[in-house]
Write a protein that binds this ligand. Sequence first.
Ligand code: 5GP
Length: 192
Amino acid sequence: MTTALMDGIARVVISEAEIARRVRELGREISADYRAGAAKDPRGRPLLVVGILKGAMPFMADLVRAMDIPLEYDFMAVSSYGNGTSPGEVRILKDLDCAIGRRDVLVVEDIVDTGHTLQHILAGLSARGPASLRVCTLLDKPHRREVEVPVDYVGFVLPENLFVVGYGLDYAEVYRNLPFVGVLKPEYIRDA
Ligand code: 5GP
């Protein structure tokens, strides 16, 4: 039996229009910051935007097009969660293709929850000696933090302790292509 993508959705938490508006704001703010001196690369190379696969893909695609400064982009893939909803071990599945020594780097994440994934990513990137290292996340769950991580740009703070899907965020690899952020019906969560 085929199920429709929307069948599992209980409600929309952040609409497509709200996301589009906020992404435009973030793009303007980040561009202005780097024009105004956030860039520290002694050789003046373009900002390198690093998207964390797979979740950040839709956000990153929209964010870079909302930015009007020269930039390059690259991707890393990490696994932090299994197919369920509880944290697991952080592993690097795909590393950057380019070197980041003395470059300006902006990491783009889908969501920061406990902070373990981001802490692991930032430790690895810092060790390579970037000129500057900042973080932009679409979603933040600050009340869930277990380790302190610096987050420079936040799209939305989630008001409750919700497990969300859509706009890049998955449940068991599905729902990433929803244009909004929403929550699943409990009966669609296997380990609920
Ligand atoms: P952290 O290591 O900060 O606990 O978790 C970060 C990663 O956990 C995110 O990149 C994301 O893959 C996953 N994650 C955390 N909260 C959620 C959520 O509400 N929904 C989904 N789909 N993934 C989440």
